[in-house]
Design a protein around this ligand. Structure first.
Ligand code: SF4
Length: 374
C-alpha cells in the first residue's frame, strides 16, 4: 500500500485525535505503517544519495559507515559492532547539564540511583570487590562502556573499578560532557587505565573550556573523540570552531543520529520526523547533518575519522549483541521507544510541501478516506 501524502495526512490527523487509551484496529494499523514506510522510503533515498556523494566512503563489515584512516576507528565501537556487544556499566545518576536532546530531559533529577558503593553491570548490582568474582566466573567482554549520565560528577569513584577492568585486559570507554574535567582528574582516569574518552560536545555547544579539556585529555588517553547527537545547533557551532576542534588531538567524531523518546520529543515538536524500521523515531535533519559532515571531512581531508552512528548502525549493534548473547536467528533489542505511537508529531512532515513521497498509489478498496476501516 503506497498511500498518498494527502491521504496520509488525513489519516494521521484522525489517529492523532483518538482518545489516548484507544488502540488502532488492524486495518488502521496497516494504514499507519504504510505512512511510516512512505516517509522512511523518501528519507532513505535521500540518505543513499548523500552516501553516494561522500568520497572514499568506507564500511565496517557492512555494519556502519565512516570516512578517514582505519587506524583511528574507535575500539569501543568495534567492540560494540563486532565484539561481544555493548556492555554497559552504570554508576552516576546525575548530570550538571540539561541538554534538550537528552533522553532523560525533564527527568534528570529523578534517575534511579544505583546505590551507595554499588555498580550496575549488565543489569546486576555489584560492589567493587565483586568484580573479581564476576571476572572469575563469566567470560570477559571485549569492551565495556560507562553510560549513565555524567561520570565526572563523582569521577574519583571510578578509578578503582576502571583499574580492575584494565588489569583484566578489557577495553573501556566513557562518555562525558567535559564540563567538570580537569587536568588532574583526566590524568588520574588515564592512569587508572581508561582507554577511550568521548566528549559530548553538543552538550555545551562546543564551549571553549570543553575543547580545551579535549586537548588536555588527548595528552593522556590512547583515544579521545567526540560523540554527540547531530543537531543544527551543533553543526553551526562546530563550523565556527572547526579548526581548533580538528587540531585538538582527537582521533574521531561519532555523529550520533538523534532519536526521541517521551522525555525529549517535545523539544523537537514541529520538526520533520521519521521512524526507522518501526523502531527509533528521529528528526530527519539529524542523519542528514552526519552525512554532510562526512562529505566535508572527506573533501577537506580532516585528520580525524568521522563515523555515521545512525539508526541503521544501532540496528546492526543490537543484532550483534543478541547474536553474541546466543539469541535466536533475527533476535534484536532494537525497537520503538514509545508505548503508544505519537502520530501527532508526524503531522509537520506530512504538511511540509517540500517533503514528497517517492511513489503514490490509490488506496485499495475498503481503505479509502470515506471507508470505515477496522
Ligand atoms: S550531558 Fe549527557 S546526560 Fe547530561 S543532560 Fe546532556 S545528554 Fe543528558
Amino acid at each position: 500500500m503506497k498511500i498518498s501524502k494527502r491521504d496520509a495526512l488525513a489519516w494521521f490527523q484522525f489517529f492523532s485525535s483518538l482518545p489516548e487509551e484507544e488502540e488502532l484496529m488492524s486495518g488502521q494499523q496497516e494504514i499507519a505503517l504504510s505512512v511510516f514506510a512512505q516517509i522512511e522510503t523518501a528519507v532513505s533515498a535521500r540518505h543513499e544519495q548523500m552516501l553516494g556523494e561522500i568520497p572514499g566512503l568506507k564500511s565496517l563489515a557492512g555494519r556502519t559507515y565512516y570516512v578517514g584512516d582505519d587506524a583511528l576507528f574507535p575500539q569501543g565501537c568495534k567492540s560494540c559492532l563486532l565484539g561481544t556487544g555493548l556492555s554497559a556499566v552504570r554508576k552516576t545518576n546525575r548530570c550538571n547539564a540539561a541538554c534538550r536532546f537528552c533522553y532523560d530531559y525533564g527527568a534528570l533529577n529523578s534517575q534511579p540511583p544505583v546505590g551507595e558503593g554499588m555498580w550496575e553491570i549488565g543489569g546486576t548490582k555489584f560492589y567493587e570487590a565483586d568484580i573479581d568474582l564476576l571476572l572469575s566466573i563469566q567470560k570477559k567482554p571485549t569492551g565495556i562502556s560507562y553510560v549513565y549520565l555524567e561520570p565526572f560528577m563523582e569521577i574519583e569513584k571510578y578509578y578503582g573499578v576502571i583499574r580492575k577492568f584494565h588489569e583484566a585486559g578489557i577495553h573501556q570507554h566513557m562518555y562525558t560532557n567535559g564540563i567538570n574535567a580537569t587536568r588532574e582528574n583526566l590524568k588520574a582516569l588515564a592512569d587508572a587505565g581508561l582507554n577511550e574518552l568521548r566528549f559530548n560536545l553538543g552538550a555545551t555547544n562546543c564551549a571553549d573550556a570543553v575543547i580545551r579539556n579535549m586537548e588536555i585529555a588527548a595528552e593522556y588517553f590512547p583515544a579521545v573523540g567526540i560523540e554527540t547527537p547531530m543537531t543544527p545547533e551543533f553543526f553551526d557551532a562546530f563550523q565556527l570552531k572547526k579548526d581548533r576542534i580538528l587540531s585538538s588531538g582527537i582521533r574521531f567524531m561519532n555523529c550520533a543520529e538523534l532519536h526521541l523518546n517521551d522525555n525529549n520529543i517535545d523539544n523537537y515538536a514541529g520538526e520533520n520526523l521519521y521512524m526507522c524500521r518501526q523502531g527509533y523515531i528521529s528528526p530527519i535533519f539529524s542523519r542528514n547533518i552526519a552525512l554532510t559532515l562526512m562529505k566535508q571531512a572527506a573533501q577537506e581531508r580532516w585528520p580525524i575519522l568521522v563515523h555515521d552512528c545512525s539508526n541503521r548502525t544501532k540496528f546492526a549493534r543490537d543484532l550483534n549483541l543478541k547474536a553474541k548473547e546466543g539469541g535466536w536467528f533475527g533476535a534484536s533489542t532494537y525497537g520503538c521507544e514509545f508505548a503508544k505511537l505519537p502520530y501527532a508529531y508526524f503531522l509537520p512532515v506530512l504538511q511540509d510541501d517540500s517533503f514528497s513521497f517517492l511513489e503514490e498509489e490509490p488506496m485499495p478498496a475498503g481503505f479509502g478516506l470515506g471507508d470505515i476501516v477496522l
